[in-house]
Ligand binder design. Structure first.
Ligand code: NAG
Ligand code: NAG
Ligand code: NAG
Ligand code: NAG
Ligand code: NAG
Ligand code: NAG
Length: 481
């Protein structure tokens, strides 16, 4: 794109004017769009893929269609009355374990997100030269493995050119398909690449460096066997291509799906200087057991039309969902109002400021795989404990419903007057950020209410190479008009 695009978007009478500026003077070479899931749908032990019909072992934070629950059918999802994401024809649900902070006194406190999750749909054809096929309705898959507590290789790992065959097994690719990115928008330290660090970062490093939090990242497999909507352990009907995102699909997986990539920012900086550790709701302080789930509820034909439309996902695409006329969009004010109905079995379950993680999950640091209640350490699909409701919950009948304890970021409608200080002072105002590779350029985009910052960095290699060039630009909504 020779012409740098500046997109202004005002969604009617909402208090926050969302202005998206895209200040690239380079041609992005990837085909993709970002689906902005502005609000948390809910938090609770809900996982209809791993534990249909009953509370799941551990808690997840979810995004998407409001009829999400213990065992929603496709039809349930399609008639949801709202979604916490921006594209209203998408009734899918996206979920992942949530980050907590374990205080030194033993209390687990939810780490606030910056509000939502960015779900990338990368749609370019892979090296197999097969163009992307939309997920069929009711397609389900998980990425990652909740029981993992160790990583097979070096972290960060050498660039792809140095990979050996053992680095390209499905297991090794899966372990590299997640990342924990140290966010610091204004301190001059080069930004990290997506999926560069595969384990959770040290608390002391986070305190000293990650002043804008930690972004949990997860890339899903994108090669499909073309037949099954799901599989026994929810991972074997799909496979990673040889380079996680790019490369060749293995034999038996001829269909190229869009590449899903989840980004969720946790405000870890709120716990700076406090004794304790960050731990995910599955009892994982290492990050290697981070995982995510996807249940497809797109209205028939919409996703494929977007993939096929050069406007929506062409190789010159900006990735801005506003550029795609096929999508019906809602604003963040509407999206953040959308909450799931907490299943009855969980309504009394306390999920924040608790002495045990929900489901009585114990923290297990590994390196051996985690033992979960009722599951052998290497079992593919851990079974559920016999009784769904946490024993501790029954004794406290007056606890608030699950959604009542969702930490929310207070969003100020006030426009900050100086762009430079706005980012430094942006704690709690940053809605979403995203990072993607565009050829050798790494593009960082930050939405701070009405302010968008785009940072373009040139990298020598598509992985963790040192940054050579660094352009950092701020724009202010008011001044762009
Ligand atoms: C992308 O942009 C380049 C440079 O402007 C142009 O030559 C090319 O035709 C564009 N491709 C598509 C598919 O629009
Ligand atoms: C959506 O449905 C839920 C449950 O049926 C209900 O509580 C909620 O008020 C509805 N929301 C809207 C915006 O209609
Ligand atoms: C533990 O410390 C945290 C942070 O100071 C506090 O919020 C929590 O109430 C404490 N828990 C107990 C059981 O005292
Ligand atoms: C895909 O297309 C490119 C360019 O035409 C070609 O070089 C490459 O060999 C093709 N790959 C496969 C797997 O057919
Ligand atoms: C799923 O099953 C396959 C084949 O048995 C195994 O290689 C893989 O590790 C399993 N995945 C998970 C997440 O359990
Ligand atoms: C499950 O609940 C039933 C009835 O509430 C109780 O009798 C039983 O002992 C419980 N089982 C376990 C494993 O806690």
């Amino acid at each position: 794109m020779v012409n740098p695009g500046v997109k202004l978007r005002s969604f009617g009478a909402m208090p926050i004017l969302l202005v998206v500026a895209f200040l690239l003077n380079v041609a992005p070479t990837e085909a993709f769009f970002r689906h902005l899931c502005f609000g948390e749908l809910g938090n609770g032990r809900v996982d209809p893929i791993m534990a249909p019909g009953q509370p799941s072992q551990h808690l997840h934070v979810s995004f998407g269609a409001s009829n999400f629950g213990l065992d929603p059918t496709l039809d349930d999802l399609l008639v949801s009355n709202c979604t916490s994401c921006s594209i209203t024809q998408d009734h899918s649900v996206y979920w992942a374990p949530r980050m907590y902070f374990e205080h030194s006194n033993g209390t687990f406190e939810m780490v606030p997100t910056t509000g939502g999750m960015t779900v990338y749909y990368f749609t370019e054809s892979g090296e197999n030269n097969v163009s992307s096929t939309a997920f069929p309705q009711n397609f389900r898959m998980i990425a990652g493995n909740s029981l993992k507590r160790a990583y097979y290789g070096l972290d960060p790992y050498p660039p792809m050119a140095a990979w050996k065959p053992s680095d390209m097994t499905q297991q090794a690719l899966m372990e590299k398909a997640l990342g924990f990115n140290c966010m610091h928008y204004d301190n001059g330290i080069p930004n990290e690449g997506s999926l560069e660090h595969h384990g959770m970062r040290d608390k002391s490093f986070i305190d000293a460096t990650c002043e804008d939090g930690i972004r949990a990242e997860l890339m899903f497999p994108s090669c499909w066997n073309g037949k099954d909507l799901d599989s026994d352990n929810h991972t074997t009907h799909v496979a990673y291509p040889s380079e996680i995102k790019y490369g060749l699909c293995p034999e038996g997986f001829p269909v190229k799906l869009p590449i899903l990539f989840y980004e969720t920012i946790y405000q870890t900086q709120r716990f700076a200087g406090m004794d304790g550790q960050f731990v995910f709701s599955n009892g994982d302080p290492t990050g290697y057991g981070y995982h995510g789930d996807f249940l497809c509820g797109w209205e028939e034909g919409v996703l494929q039309s977007a993939i096929d439309s050069t406007v929506c996902t062409s190789v010159n695409s900006t990735g801005l969902q506003e550029d795609c006329p096929i999508f019906s969009l809602q604003d963040s004010a509407a999206a953040t109002q959308c909450k799931m109905e907490v299943p009855e079995a969980l309504q009394q379950e306390q999920i924040d400021l608790v002495q045990d993680l929900p489901g009585n999950i114990k923290v297990q640091a590994g390196p051996e795989p985690a033992m979960m209640p009722g599951a052998a350490p290497h079992s593919a699909a851990p079974s559920e404990p016999a009784n769904a409701t946490a024993p501790s919950a029954a004794a406290e009948p007056t606890l608030p419903p699950v959604t009542a304890t969702v930490p929310t970021t207070s969003v100020s409608p006030t426009v900050t007057s100086t762009p430079d200080s706005s980012l430094a002072a942006a704690d709690g105002q940053i809605t979403l950020t995203s990072t993607y590779m565009s050829g050798t350029l790494e593009v960082h985009m930050i939405l701070v209410e009405d302010i968008v910052t785009v940072t373009v960095s040139e990298t020598a290699a598509p992985t963790a190479a040192p940054l050579k060039r660094h352009i950092h630009r701020h724009s202010h909504g008011n001044r762009l008009v």
